[in-house]
Design a protein around this ligand. Structure first.
Ligand code: NAP
Ligand code: MG
Length: 497
């Protein structure tokens, strides 16, 4: 049983029994309409499973179950310590089933198995553990008030939280919602992307096994229509969303058209990575810049997709960068040696190739630029680097969500900051400099929810709030601040006499 071989994971994949039904009120059910959609593997284009295509009846049933569980207090009414214990059981089961969950993720989304076993699944378990461990330690406040009053400020769960999530980190992004939402005492209805529903469907059963009562955690696979039904639902109290800015805007409208449910959005990005001439380590910076855009096939909301390089170091730096890009070779995601997997589906493949075509017309191609491994039946694209002369070129402005890097040249710090901030987005940014003052000053000026100095994508710890300025969203995932999204704040004033 050598887990470092392709044969091992291929063997396991063949033996895998895949569940495709919705999980509602503690049991697996087909969609009431009987409709299904194909879950396709981007590794080779094969159909993995038929998945329940949930519609109105299923969404309503899931919300009803969630509401009933919430009102009954079987979860919301527990001592937080008891919720903690059950959530910790759940996380332990995720770790016990790590290989199986990672395999589902790799087959469904094309992510390298080395990543799903080390990042996605352990990361989801860790998120659940972190919020479980936090929830019996946070309390309310007794606040200063008139002498005849006792003033309490408390947090209460919202009720039914719907989570609509994307396909680039299917179980991890879902956990960033259901971890804090469940810890805070809410019931949850999760809608995974139809491109990657399998891991969410599987962990639902584990939740029940862990002792989380029926109805508290439900999964309704389906397309955008199922997400829309949740966002328009009058008995959903909160819609927590991770996905594109366009759909995020729709979700806010749906909330406005229905019950003004709380809407929390984690959206796209076009994050700048600024390399100043006094960068302390050009080799590490080049390797990191490549990782910032080519890790996870560039299907990263925080992708460092705009590399801003000072003219004085540009030639030296780009040589190093292209060298680093050569290290990303698209290959079979089931092979533990693979560093770059498949693009999630044909649609996304065509989208990314469309941007590469646009890039060929408006910029200079330095590396890559082609679809590869077509004979596999899967969807693979080389790491691609463009030298862009206009910083507002299409490929340098729009989120591509693929392995395509735009390099932009600048001459001064002011110019770099101006270009960096000239974006609709504001999710993340980075700056490389050996000067402490420059580092802090530039970090302050960058309009982004996360700023990295002399690194990129660091911070696996749950302690860092994660989210965007501007059209990259509102609210924050991770950290204790995430709990705020899933609670209402209540003032209670007690008059003593
Ligand atoms: P997407 O197309 O916006 O989809 C996100 C989710 O919304 C999916 O479950 C999707 O369902 C659903 N959906 C689609 N149309 C809907 C509608 N009209 N109403 C309600 N739900 C709807 O985004 P994606 O392509 O999956 O993911 C890529 C995007 O996510 C990128 O922009 C990326 O930057 C962003 N992202 C952000 C973060 C962050 O934390 N800021 C993290 C990861 C990804 P179907 O897929 O089934 O159609
Ligand atoms: Mg899939």
């Amino acid at each position: 049983m050598d887990k470092t071989t392709l044969a091992y994971w291929q063997g396991n994949a063949t033996a895998l029994a895949i569940e495709g039904r919705a999980f509602i009120d503690g049991e697996y059910r087909p969609a009431e309409s009987g409709r299904t959609f194909d879950s396709v593997s981007p590794i080779d284009g094969t159909v993995l499973a038929q998945v329940a295509d949930c519609g109105e009846a299923d969404v309503n049933a899931a919300v009803r179950a969630a509401r009933r569980a919430f009102e009954a207090g079987v979860w919301s009414g527990l001592n937080p310590r008891q919720r903690k214990a059950k959530l910790l059981n759940w996380a332990a089961l995720m770790r016990e089933h790590l290989d199986e969950l990672a395999l589902l993720e790799t087959l469904d989304a094309g992510k390298p198995i080395g990543d799903t076993t080390s990042v996605d699944v352990p990361g989801a378990a860790y998120c659940v553990e972190w919020f479980a461990e936090a929830i019996d330690k946070v309390g309310g406040e007794v606040v200063p008030a008139d002498h005849h009053l006792v003033g309490l400020v408390t947090r209460e769960p919202l009720g039914v939280v719907a989570a609509v999530v994307p396909w680039n980190f299917p179980i991890l992004m879902a956990s960033w919602k259901f971890g804090p939402a469940l810890a805070a005492g809410n019931s949850v209805v999760l809608k995974p992307s139809e491109k990657s529903p399998l891991s969410a469907i599987r962990v639902a059963q584990l939740a029940l096994e862990a002792g989380i009562p029926a109805g508290v955690f439900n999964v309704v696979p389906g397309g955008g229509e199922a997400g829309k039904l949740l966002a328009l639902h009058r008995d959903v109290d909160c819609l927590a969303f991770t996905g594109s800015t366009n759909v995020g805007k729709l979700i806010m409208q749906y909330a406005g058209q229905s019950n003004l449910k709380r809407v929390w959005l984690e959206l796209g990005g076009k994050s700048p990575n600024i390399v100043l001439p006094d960068c302390p380590d050009l080799d590490r910076a080049a390797k990191t810049a490549a990782g910032a855009i080519f890790y996870n096939m560039g299907e990263m909301c925080t992708a460092g997709s705009r590399l801003l390089v000072h003219r004085d170091i540009k030639d030296v730096f780009l040589d190093k960068l292209v060298d680093a890009a050569r290290g990303y070779i698209p290959g079979n995601p089931l092979d533990p040696k693979t560093s770059m997997g498949a693009i999630v589906d044909q649609l996304q493949l065509d989208r990314v190739l469309g941007y590469i075509e646009a890039g060929r017309a408006e910029a200079k191609l330095l590396h890559g630029g082609s679809r590869v491994q077509q004979e596999s039946g899967g969807f693979y694209i080389e790491p691609t680097v463009f030298d862009v002369s206009q910083h507002d070129a299409k490929i340098a402005r729009e989120e591509i969500f693929g392995p395509v890097l735009s390099v932009i040249t600048f001459d001064s710090i002011d110019e770099a900051v101006k270009i960096a901030n000239d974006s609709d987005y504001g999710l993340a940014a980075a700056v490389w400099t050996a000067n402490l003052t420059t580092a802090h000053e530039v970090a302050r000026r960058l309009r982004a929810g996360t700023v990295w100095v002399n690194c990129y994508d660091e911070g696996g710890d749950m302690n860092f709030p994660f989210g965007g300025y501007r059209q990259s969203g509102n609210g924050r995932d991770k950290s204790l601040h995430a709990l705020e999204k899933y609670t209402e704040l209540k003032s209670t004033l007690v008059r003593l006499r």
